[in-house]
Design a binder for this molecule. Structure first.
Ligand code: WAQ
Ligand code: MG
Length: 255
């Protein structure tokens, strides 16, 4: 089978004079069979043209052939769901699951909370080394982005975003990165308050409220251990390796 990677990003010009810059509106990526390329491309453009963040001035669609031998197939992380009454309780639960993986030491919860705040303006994720306490992204403002991934056999050409479906694919790719310890995620979509923590050991743990409704602050932290792999190796995998995730057994409602 022949595969193609499709990537779309859309932006809008904002500001005047020297302040003028491109603001990101929407992005999507897929890896699909040759037969779906055209339909998926159309759906991506539709998604860009109908985004709540605004009308795009610029849409970039990139289509690249991918060799089947270069694709790694991964089984989706098992999903569990954790209901909470308040977002404070949700955050507390998330920190409680993650901190034991960061080793022993006090103040880890406060540290994570501080790191999360730093991710708010970033487009990608923070890559944090739990062994040294250093940030390993080459560009701190942007962060690292996991890319070249999709659900296996996904023929869906839907124009709108399904948070869970996209997140389980990303989280599965990330959890399998060399040296990866865990991931922590809160959406930056003001109307989407569900977040998750994930790792090979924890699986994908959905936490139904992790922020206040209307809050547009979100971010991702990739917790990495430089004693287990090199940062270069990990970043290379996240940004270059093609991954298809078998989500056939994944369901967002699993308790
Ligand atoms: N690689 C690295 N970081 C990313 C990527 C990527 N490909 N895409 C987004 N981020 C970062 C970026 O800083 C965003 O601000 C932040 O993550 C949140 O991204 O089970 O929608 O796309 O229902 O807003 C979780 C679903 C949805 C939970 C998460 O994230 C569930 C979501 P968003
Ligand atoms: Mg978002």
């Amino acid at each position: 089978m022949e595969y193609y990677s499709l990537k779309m990003r859309a932006s809008q010009q904002v500001g005047e004079g020297k302040q003028k810059h491109e603001q990101h509106i929407s992005g999507a990526e897929r890896i699909v069979g040759r037969d779906s390329v055209e339909a998926v491309c159309t759906a991506m453009v539709r998604r860009a043209m109908n985004h709540s963040k605004g009308d795009p001035d610029f849409i970039n669609v990139k289509i690249e052939k991918v060799h089947e031998n270069d694709i790694r197939i991964l089984k989706a992380l098992p999903v569990t769901r954790f209901d909470v009454d308040t977002w404070q309780e949700g955050l507390d639960k998330a920190f409680g699951l993650i901190t034991p993986l960061m080793g022993s030491g006090c103040g880890l919860r406060e540290k994570l909370q501080e790191l999360l705040r730093v991710t708010f303006p970033m487009r990608g994720a923070m890559l944090y080394d739990i062994s040294t306490g250093e940030r390993l992204e080459p560009d701190h403002e942007r962060g690292v982005r996991a890319t070249y991934m999709d659900a296996l056999h996904s023929s869906e050409v839907d124009g709108c975003k399904n948070h869970f479906n996209e997140a389980i694919v990303l989280a599965t790719k990330v959890a399998n990165a060399p040296g990866m310890v865990a991931e922590f995620c809160v959406s930056d979509d003001p109307n989407y308050v569900t977040g998750y923590v994930a790792s090979k050991e924890l699986g994908y743990v959905r936490i139904m409220k992790m922020k206040e409704m209307g809050d547009e602050n979100g971010g991702r932290i990739f917790l990495f251990d430089s004693r287990k792999a090199s940062a270069e190796e990990c970043i290379e995998y996240l940004q270059k390796k093609k991954v298809l995730v078998d989500v056939s057994a994944s369901h967002p409602g699993t308790k």
